[in-house]
Design a protein around this ligand. Structure first.
Ligand SMILES: [Zn+2]
Length: 267
């Protein structure tokens, strides 16, 4: 299950994608594609890319992405709430804002890339379709599968990944301050607990409590496996929580645990 935020992103994107499909089909028909000769059709499709690009720009996709980026303030608040329950201060200095702005810029660029990649895939598939002489219906199927099976899926996966990375980055920036102060850090691996978890995350959740060195080793070992769609992050815990955790106990009340899990799963 994606977080409710990403589920909402996915739903809005589905609306945008289906509208785009209609517009692409209309733009193709306005060229009366099927009544053209084979070579005229090919020329038409070859010059169709700017039209696809325009449809993407006007689709509302970038507004949706900007909205996701704007909500990064909400993510920081979520993390602050988690840290309040953990009784760990979330250190956040001015220069961190710059890092996070840069991260949002990277996210935007990646979404831009996913969008233009999708338009290129549609374009290539249309070219191949026209070359092999397909029907209107098949053209519609080509557009449908490129847009829904790929564009929609890739963009939602990335939205999930970007939010998880952003939240983790905030936690790591905060930890950087603690390290500079010479204090020792302890971590807990938290997130969704269901049968969709990958091996790496099952291992992480089973250990749950990590020293700073163990956390860094885990991050390095499982970077590839956790690169996309991971729904888990490391959050800082107090030494007391770490010690209790190592004994299989927990410092937090059931109420606190429940509230915290809810926030975490909605990142
Ligand atoms: Zn994970």
């Amino acid at each position: 299950m994606p977080s409710s935020y990403v589920a909402d992103f996915d739903k809005r994107l589905a609306g945008i994608v289906s509208q785009m499909q209609i517009e692409i089909a209309q733009a193709l028909k306005s060229g009366e594609l099927m009544s053209l000769s084979a070579s005229a059709r090919l020329t038409y499709i070859a010059e169709f890319y700017p039209e696809l690009d325009r449809i993407l720009r006007e689709s509302g996709y970038f507004d949706l992405v900007n909205k996701l980026n704007k909500d990064s303030a909400g993510l920081v608040k979520n993390l602050r709430d988690i840290y309040a329950i953990n009784k760990v201060p979330l250190a956040f200095v001015k220069s961190d804002v710059k890092v996070l702005t840069a991260l949002n810029q990277m996210t935007f660029t990646a979404f831009e890339h996913i969008g233009s990649q999708a338009m290129q895939s549609v374009h290539t598939a249309l070219m191949q379709g026209v070359l092999s002489g397909v029907s209107d219906k098949q053209v519609a199927n080509i557009i449908q599968s490129e847009m829904t099976d790929r564009f929609q899926r890739y963009a939602t996966t990335y939205a999930n990944t970007a939010r998880q990375e952003f939240a983790q980055r905030v936690a790591f920036l905060s930890a950087e301050q603690t390290r500079q102060d010479g204090d020792v850090l302890y971590w807990e691996y938290v997130g969704a607990e269901d049968d969709k978890n990958r091996d790496a995350c099952v291992i992480g959740l089973a250990q749950r409590y990590f020293t700073d060195a163990e956390m860094q080793e885990f991050e390095a070992t499982y970077a590839d496996e956790r690169a996309y769609n991971c729904r888990h992050i490391f959050v800082e815990v107090t030494k007391e929580m770490y010690d209790e955790g190592a004994k299989g106990e927990n410092d937090l009340t059931d109420d606190e645990l429940e509230r915290r899990q809810e926030i975490i799963e909605n990142i």
